[in-house]
Ligand binder design. Structure first.
Ligand code: NI
Ligand code: MN
Length: 229
């Protein structure tokens, strides 16, 4: 089974795992790279890492149009559920076997208020184990934390890490995160969307590949990476 990871800009990803279509943090800033979320292109699940507007994005509208299930923490799930959206509300450290794989919610150092000011619980990331055993760690918005060592112990095939600085880890700490996680491949996200998170990711890729064994895949919005399985 093949897993295809598409980057839609900022922190938005598409995951195609076999026949399953997922979206992660569907906030789209690049109109040319906006995914089709109608008809056969509908996702069946939407993963949300935390409550901020640049992550919740269009979750409600897409979930209603597609009859998709939004997976997030308990508080965000309740907030969406009250709007008539199907939800699954997990908590940090807890996992569940969905049709697309086993999804565990991980810790993140950040905040999580919802766009209307509602308390959005704790921010998180996700560790996804695909049906064929590949491990994808999506850190969400986070600062560096040493417990990334524990996540790395699972054996990470692909890590999706924020590198923008200001709101999350910057390039220096994201490099330290890679040393803790020891992933095979890294995709950088959450950079260049706003002035304060402008970064030279090509220079960062050179540093990472010189100092670690990880390969960095820089995706422009609309580009994808295929995790061979
Ligand atoms: Ni955030
Ligand atoms: Mn963010």
């Amino acid at each position: 089974m093949q897993t295809k990871v598409t980057y839609y800009g900022h922190a938005a990803l598409g995951l195609q795992i076999g026949d399953h279509q997922l979206l992660v943090d569907p906030y789209f800033t690049d109109e040319k790279a906006r995914p089709d979320t109608t008809g056969a292109s509908c996702p069946s699940f939407i993963l949300i890492t935390h409550g901020h507007g640049d992550h919740v994005g269009d979750s409600e509208a897409i979930a209603k149009r597609c009859d998709a299930t939004c997976i997030s923490n308990y508080e965000i799930a309740n907030w969406l559920s009250a709007k008539g959206v199907k939800t699954s509300g997990q908590q940090i450290g807890g996992g569940f076997k969905y049709p697309f794989g086993y999804l565990k919610m991980t810790h993140a150092l950040h905040s999580s208020s919802l766009p209307d000011g509602t308390y959005g619980g704790n921010p998180g990331g996700y560790l996804l184990t695909t049906p064929s055993g590949k491990k994808i760690y999506m850190a969400g918005d986070t600062g560096l934390f040493y417990d990334m060592v524990l996540i790395g112990e699972e054996g990470i095939d692909l890590a999706v890490l924020p590198v923008g600085d200001y709101y999350t880890m910057g390039p220096d700490d994201a490099l330290r995160a890679i040393k803790l996680l020891d992933p095979k491949v890294v995709i950088p996200i959450h950079f260049n969307t706003f002035e304060v998170i402008s970064q030279d990711v090509n220079a960062w890729k050179e540093r990472v590949e010189a100092e670690t064994s990880a390969k960095v895949k820089i995706l422009r919005p609309g580009e994808h990476y295929i995790l061979e399985e």
